[in-house]
Design a protein around this ligand. Structure first.
Ligand code: COS
Length: 380
């Protein structure tokens, strides 16, 4: 067993850390307050190969694997969770196209994603009435002589207003999972309407929009994978995506903990720094312990993915553990800050708002438990 990162993994992590420290962290608070999409940061991530960490170099990616991706994601999330989710979804979309796309689709979309020309990618699975149960989705795609016509609505689409390409799931056949197919829809397609950005509790510098498809025409070449394969593509993409959200959670939790450590050293009460009180020490110790446990689970899932082994259960466990732990950590870290933590003067307030969604998106904690339990019952 070797816990040391390879040279490539260490280099990617260091590259992400330097960029996060130098360019992202100084403006993260301002981006949040202004609800400003970090366009210049996304371009910077592209220049460093961080929009396609696990994409082959032939298409402009860093070709560095899932562990490298998770390490980079943690660094970016520590600086700015909004920038991190923008990066996470773009990487996920790039990986889906790399894995399931035809050569023509790869050539068309992957260099545009990794270079930043597309700005981002988007993953359009959820709908107003369908989140945890995507097999019930209602958006349709009807075959016409020169391609497909999409009709329906998508909800909570991260990057939706900025994505050059979106992976869109639609029903092409009977009810249930087997009737779903997957399409690559380009920004500006006629009949694609990008709605008003959501006014969110956290991740306020990230873009989340509803999408409407009104007789949206796409060419036959937009079909990703085979007809009827869409649900399985979504599940496999989400398996990988959950490693990314585990990393994001750990990054946010670590940022909150760093703030709390500084505060615990500086703040005086009863004639000494509050870090000298056991009540505070236990909160700090529990926080680092839980984040490190989550980190090991995340690395295991990423390692399995890199090895080409099944990792569905491990990714769900890592996401469950990391998101729940990071929420507890951010909460404790605000408690350590006392009244100051509840103001915008201290970054812990942003971290607490940003971390909240991690137990909700890319599968709620309840869905992760369902995935884990089903796998246990099937295989153990
Ligand atoms: N990898 C590959 N294939 C998978 C898979 C995975 N991780 N999970 C399921 N499948 C396949 C199954 O093998 C099955 O294929 P066959 O019919 O050929 O055997 C098919 O997909 C249907 O699977 P299942 O019957 O398990 O589907 P369910 O509708 O019961 O749903 C859950 C399964 C709950 C796991 C799924 O709906 C889910 O993950 N929901 C959460 C979605 C989510 O994360 N939403 C957030 C939106 S993105 S921010």
């Amino acid at each position: 067993m070797d816990f040391a990162p390879t040279e490539t993994q260490a280099l990617i992590a260091q590259t992400a850390r330097e960029f996060a420290t130098r360019r992202i962290a100084p403006i993260a608070g301002e981006l949040d307050r202004q609800e400003r999409f970090p366009l210049e940061l996304v371009q910077g991530l592209a220049e460093l190969g961080l929009l396609g960490v696990n994409v082959k170099s032939a298409w402009g990616g860093a070709d560095a694997g899932a562990i490298a991706y998770a390490l980079a994601m943690k660094e970016v999330a520590k600086a700015c969770a909004s920038t991190a989710v923008t990066m996470a979804v773009t990487n996920m979309v790039a990986e889906v196209i790399q894995r399931f796309g035809s050569d023509e689709q790869r050539e068309r979309h992957l260099p545009a994603i990794t270079s930043g020309r597309y700005v981002t990618g988007a993953f359009a699975l959820s709908e107003p009435q369908v989140g945890s149960d995507p097999s019930a989705l209602a958006t349709t795609a009807k075959r016409v002589p020169d391609g497909w016509v999409l009709d329906g609505q998508k909800q909570w689409i991260t990057n939706g207003a900025h994505a050059g390409v979106m992976v869109v799931w639609a029903r092409t056949g009977a009810a249930g999972a087997k009737g779903i197919s997957c399409f690559l829809v380009e920004q500006g397609s006629s009949g694609l309407i990008v709605g008003k950005a959501e006014d969110k509790l956290g991740l306020r510098a990230s873009n989340t929009v509803p999408l409407t498809f009104e007789e949206c025409r796409v060419p036959a070449s937009a079909l990703l994978g085979e007809e009827g394969m869409g649900f399985r593509i979504a599940m496999m993409a989400l398996d990988g995506g959950r490693i990314g959200i585990a990393a994001q959670s750990i990054g946010i939790g670590s940022a909150a903990l760093d703030e709390a450590l500084t505060y615990a050293r500086d703040r005086q009460a009863f004639g000494k720094s509050i870090g000298e009180f056991q009540a505070i020490q236990w909160m700090l110790a529990d926080s680092r312990t839980e984040l490190d446990a989550a980190d090991l689970m995340m690395l295991r899932a990423a390692w399995l993915k890199d090895e080409g082994k099944p990792f569905t259960r491990e990714a769900a466990m890592a996401k469950l553990m990391a998101s729940e732990a990071a929420n507890r950590v951010a909460n404790r870290c605000m408690q350590i800050h006392g009244g100051y933590g509840y103001t915008r003067e201290f970054a812990v307030e942003r971290h607490l708002r940003d971390v909240r969604v991690t137990t909700i998106y890319e599968g709620t904690s309840e869905i992760q438990r369902l995935v884990i339990a089903r796998d246990l019952l099937k295989t153990s």
